[in-house]
Design a binder for this molecule. Structure first.
Ligand code: HEC
Ligand code: HEC
Ligand code: HEC
Ligand code: HEC
Length: 365
């Protein structure tokens, strides 16, 4: 993706340092000045120096607190940073710190080391952070999980200070000493952006692998010998599946079958994603509190009458009502928040409850 440098963050270490180093070999420069081996040598490059045009930029990485294997430890930035800055300040016109440390540490660093021009932080407690001028350093970050792309445009000055004035004002400045100026924006990476074919290919490859990993071996066997899997509803669950509702509510049942909710499992099958636990919660009917149990146990062994956005998604678990229809009433009209469980901002940015409810509401009778 053309990154110049990436600072190793606590979660990047989840698969081990060897894994990251292998990725590094394919031109992905992981950096960290404070992630150290037992002998205090850095595990990754502590910094890189990048030449663009006439200027030279130093980029330093700092890793935040993380559970580490016994042979690694985090060094103290109070000791590491001043030594490092002394080494590289003379060689570099600009220095950028990629910091996984918490906000207070970053502000302390900005106070102590005026040689640092920009700190790009990654404190999970904060969302997108508009650039803040602190001493002679600019501090900014984007929210975690890649939901936004942060863009920072800088016009470098020569007096070691920052000012958030427009370029126009700067051109009018007759003084030959002037501050650096900046403008910034955050670009939401929602599904309204067109897909990149190359990236989509990588994502789809990973999704197919996830799906294969989750495919129960029984299911692989039945697919191979061509017979259909015999699935049964667990007797103790409060959900029954849509088929139980049809005898008494065939009018509503016929209508529901004409809506896209009735066929919501099919696109997953077509995409080879019917065993992807990321997709299933929104494309089937299931217990509401998945977090209390292993989602795989529930989502991968649903009876076919729950492999759809069925009646019970909107009207609530129906077994008690089926057994005692006159005394136990289901939810009549599903509230907006029920729809928003699935029609999220990311998946369905234009969703409008008042309009959409008209399209799916079952007929009276
Ligand atoms: C044995 C017959 C029977 C079955 C099976 C049945 N229902 Fe009902 N349902 C009824 C009766 C009777 C009423 C009450 C009708 C009334 O009060 O006018 C009702 C009412 C409802 C209502 C309206 C509630 C209200 O407050 O007006 C909904 C929604 C509903 N059922 C959904 C379901 C769902 C979902 C299922 C399947 C899980 C289901 N029903 C299964 C008989 C049944
Ligand atoms: C947060 C809920 C949610 C998750 C998770 C989710 N989807 Fe969906 N999906 C939806 C909703 C809602 C729609 C319908 C929105 C629309 O039509 O714009 C939809 C529509 C689709 C469609 C289009 C269906 C059609 O008829 O054209 C496909 C294909 C699809 N999803 C596949 C997937 C796959 C594959 C995954 C997992 C990688 C996934 N979805 C995960 C909620 C979700
Ligand atoms: C996506 C949500 C959704 C799904 C799925 C759904 N319904 Fe409904 N249903 C509604 C809404 C909305 C209404 C209208 C409630 C109102 O305005 O009072 C409704 C009304 C009803 C009523 C009451 C009808 C009356 O006489 O007024 C019944 C019975 C019912 N649905 C049964 C079912 C059954 C059976 C299924 C599955 C086969 C089903 N619904 C699937 C949303 C849904
Ligand atoms: C469990 C997840 C889930 C819930 C809850 C849910 N939907 Fe959906 N909805 C879907 C999926 C998935 C699709 C796309 C299915 C497909 O295309 O195969 C969809 C499609 C639709 C569509 C057709 C596509 C479109 O955007 O016009 C409408 C309308 C809709 N849903 C309205 C609602 C409303 C209103 C509610 C709340 C009463 C609701 N849905 C609740 C998952 C859900």
């Amino acid at each position: 993706m053309g990154y110049d440098a990436v600072a190793v963050g606590p979660l990047d270490l989840a698969a081990g340092t060897d894994f990251l180093k292998q990725q590094g070999n394919s031109r992905f420069p992981w950096i960290s000045a404070n992630l150290l081996n037992a002998d205090d040598s850095p595990v990754f490059l502590p910094f890189i120096i990048k030449k663009t045009g006439k200027s030279t930029t130093g980029i330093i990485g700092l890793t935040g607190a993380a559970p580490l294997p016994a042979n690694l430890h985090l060094g103290d930035w109070h000791i590491i940073l001043p030594a490092l800055l002394q080494r590289i300040s003379k060689k570099c016109d600009y220095i950028i710190l990629l910091s996984n440390l918490p906000k207070n540490d970053n502000f302390e660093i900005a106070q102590r080391y005026p040689d640092l021009h920009i700190i790009i932080s990654a404190d999970p407690q904060f969302s997108n952070l508009n650039p803040i001028i602190n001493n002679s350093t600019l501090i900014t970050q984007t929210v975690q999980q890649g939901k936004y792309l942060g863009r920072l445009d800088v016009v470098w000055g020569n007096n070691g200070k920052w000012e958030s004035v427009s370029d126009k004002q700067r051109e009018n400045n007759v003084d030959d000493k002037f501050p650096s100026t900046f403008s910034s924006s955050f670009i939401a990476l929602g599904n309204t952006l067109p897909e990149s074919v190359a990236i989509q290919k990588i994502v789809s490859g990973i999704q197919q692998r996830i799906n294969r990993l989750n495919t129960p071996s029984k299911q692989i066997n039945t697919i191979q010998d061509g017979t259909t899997a015999q699935k049964t509803t667990e007797p103790e669950t409060v959900f029954t599946g849509f088929e139980q509702c049809l005898p008494c509510h065939h009018l509503q049942g016929d209508f529901w079958k004409s809506t896209q909710h009735a066929g919501s499992y099919t696109p997953l099958v077509k995409a080879g994603q019917a065993n992807n636990l990321e997709c299933l919660p929104c494309h089937v009917t299931h217990e509401t509190n998945l977090s209390q149990k292993d989602p795989a146990d529930i989502l991968l062994s649903l009876p076919s009458s729950m492999q759809a956005v069925g009646c019970e998604v909107c009207h609530g678990a129906g077994r008690a009502h089926v057994n005692n229809p006159d005394n136990i009433k289901p939810i009549r009209k599903p509230a907006k928040h029920i729809c928003l469980n699935c029609h999220t901002r990311e998946r369905d940015p234009k969703f409008n409850y008042e309009e959409k409810i008209k399209l799916i509401q079952c007929p009276k009778g």
